[in-house]
Design a binder for this molecule. Sequence first.
Ligand SMILES: Cc1cc2nc3c(=O)[nH]c(=O)nc-3n(C[C@H](O)[C@H](O)[C@H](O)COP(=O)(O)O)c2cc1C
Length: 258
Amino acid sequence: MPKATEIFEKVPDFDYSENATSTNPEEFEKVVRSRRSTRIYTDEPIPEEIMRRCLELTLLAPNSSNLQPWEFHWVRDRDKKTELIRLCLGQPAAATAQELIVCVARLDTWNRNRKMMIEAMERSDREVPASALAYYRRLAPLAYNQGPFSIFGPFKKLVFWALALRKPMPRGPAGKADMRVWAHKSTALGCENLMLSLRAFGYDSCPMEGMDSTRVRKLLKLPRAAEICMVISAGKRAPQGIYGEQIRFDPSLFLFEV
Ligand SMILES: Cc1cc2nc3c(=O)[nH]c(=O)nc-3n(C[C@H](O)[C@H](O)[C@H](O)COP(=O)(O)O)c2cc1C
């Protein structure tokens, strides 16, 4: 039986290959450069099929351990949408939007999804690396289970610290705060996929954290372990829908070659 950590230590035996599809960098750059946070939209609806494709692409974002700790709630009910606009403080980016998507980080679905990963591997026609199965069966529960009320957190921190005295060691997630960061990281990557997908289809978006996240959670009847990462509005940008030029500071402040 492989060690639970073997997947990190050596390349497993596997029988799979996937060609890197050729892509069009100019078109991609156009999508990235033309995405702007849009505060005013026109009345033009987004076809349902396009929304569905963008949401499907959202779920292709990379995510931690492939445990997909996210949910994207496309709010279609008229009354809920009206209330959501109010909870987004009535911002024009929400009020004029054709569509609103509540992006949720789930701190509590990792174990269900871990089991689904194991089932998917067991169902596979291919030989699945034993070390991958060992990771999901034995290491993932240790890594992500924080115990009732996250009481394992401080203990885990101590264990990680002690193990790291001798060799490089992941330092978490240890406790609820780490789990929150963990889930929000992956969810935010899904959010970016959604916004770039909308742009690629000719639509625009605005990410919003200017909202009452507690009330939004209640509106969607979500449990406490479901945290609102952001609300994304979408539609066709109005001629004056962007408030100003895109400002970015000197790249030397942010980009480093070490
Ligand atoms: C997490 C997050 C929260 C944001 N919240 C809001 C918001 O509540 N309202 C808003 O109008 N814009 C919001 N924005 C948009 C930013 O203001 C915008 O991304 C930034 O000014 C850069 O402009 P650009 O997106 O057009 O490049 C948010 C962006 C992010 C990533």
